[in-house]
Design a protein around this ligand. Sequence first.
Ligand code: NDP
Length: 255
Amino acid sequence: MSEPMTTTTNSVPKAALITGGSRGIGAACARLFAQQGYGVGIVCRKAKDQAEALAEELAALGVPVKVYVCDVAQREQVQAMTAAFLREFGRIDVLVCNAGIARQELFTDITEASWREVMGVDLDGVFYCAQAVLPDMLHRKAGKIITLSSMWGQVGASCEVAYSTAKAGVIGLTKALAKELGPSGITVNCVAPGVIDTEMNGNLPQDIKDELAEETPLERLGTPEDVAQAVWFLASSAGDFFTGQILAPNGGLII
Ligand code: NDP
């Protein structure tokens, strides 16, 4: 899929802000958007070196790329990061709320702190980022917000109650916000991946990964690029009539 127009009428490149862009799915999104001619803001919390190496790689494509260190669970940091992005790029065409953390623990073992941390990053982070970009999008009556949920947000996962709850919340947020923002020309959609081979699943033993691949009708785990293509579809003009929808690159693992 290629987008014919990646520049605005005054030749300013379109700009995408991608949280959790230092690795995994977020990095694949950053690559794809840069390949499509977008200016890209890569947001990370800790992996600054990784994000800067990626930024250097993408800058070679001739697009502006900036790294922002920001904890999306902290509203003030999100506001400062968004303001810095707007100063640099002048506009926010696409927000990809991808930053996320996962926890595997028995429900009875979840501490208050662990619950709050997962909610803070996976759900509050989406709230803070979407709210922060809206003044610019509302002013221009245009924009695309893409959230990352998970198949566990759709069907629930044993030993991942906090994660499943936060990701179900992301789906609720996406649908409600899509209704609110549609008349303002802004779309809000969600990508809910299946099992994707990233560092998030790095602790899974190979035999479990093999079993998951076997259980998947398409007989493999997903790649970050599989997910990035879904995000790109929603961001591109091909996705213009989609809002409030959940696109699920999951190989058929849940149908
Ligand atoms: P990774 O663990 O590989 O990467 C997570 C990214 O999020 C990193 O860039 C990390 O940056 C960033 N991040 C984490 N916490 C924060 C924070 N508080 N503030 C800012 N950035 C943060 O994850 P994936 O690429 O696998 O997952 C990306 C998204 O997709 C997540 O929302 C995840 O829940 C979702 N997803 C993933 C699936 C999978 O199987 N992998 C399946 C379904 C959904 P840093 O290292 O700097 O902290």
